[in-house]
Design a protein around this ligand. Sequence first.
Ligand code: ATP
Length: 287
Amino acid sequence: MDFLTRHIRAPAKVNLILRITGKRIDGYHELQSLMCPIALWDELWLSCGRPGIRIHVKNGNGLVPDNSENLAVRAAEIFYDAAKIQSALDIEMEKNIPVAAGLGGGSSDAAAVLMGLNEIYGFPLSQSLLFSLASGLGADVPFFLMRGAAWAEGIGDQLESFRKIQPLYMVLVNPNAPLSTAAVYKNLKWGLTKEGIKTKKPHFEETLMDPVPWLFNDLESVAASMCQEVVRIREAVLEAGASGVLMSGSGPTVFGLFNDQKAAVEAESFLSVHFKHWRVVATQLMP
Ligand code: ATP
């Protein structure tokens, strides 16, 4: 039997802006967000040939399902279904993105599987069908099909991409305390947020030239009330010399921005000593 194998990198994302602008009758929240992929990724190897779908997860630390609850497996199931191809896939997944961290790891894995399988089988599904399958898997999945920074509206499914981004260096700190996205949204005190108030769509090049004044996350205070570490990390990252600091997505990962790579790497060393048992990573936005 011939096995076709593909190696794919599934990057994490940070939200430089995240505003929750409304709640739909079906429970989904509407948002506006400036989302950027970063140079921190899960590694996936897709091998097609043996009937069925299996997954093996490395570095999941017991937090990542190795069955059909894994979003990557669900993505494969709906791909085979939509393409009317008999399923035949082994997924080898090496997790590097912290889990339940606000970095979109599971969504990125799912998007990588949709794109990877479509390529392996000679593009049986159109881009628009891939996007609609992605939306059904989760609000962040369509963003990862864009393969670049994007402005998101709706429930995260209306996306506008932009390519010209400046190099932007950052340090992420994750306190090894998984935070459920659903729980954070549940605790969002709706009356206290600026319901219905939309931000003016930023001029992307301008935003990325100097993102600090734009940094904003409606979920940060909610997540900080559920995970005390968020405030501690924020203070330490500023002390390490960041020009701006923000929690990503539903948290609890916090990132600080730095003017150059050297400053980010120095801050990474400082923060690694400060937070010995936590995940501290110097990284950068991917174009
Ligand atoms: P988002 O910001 O998109 O909500 P997140 O980074 O906060 O994502 P994930 O790391 O995607 O959260 O994981 C959330 C939950 O999804 C985990 O607790 C885990 O049980 C489940 N999960 C399913 N598939 C995966 C996957 N491939 N990688 C990580 N978690 C997965």
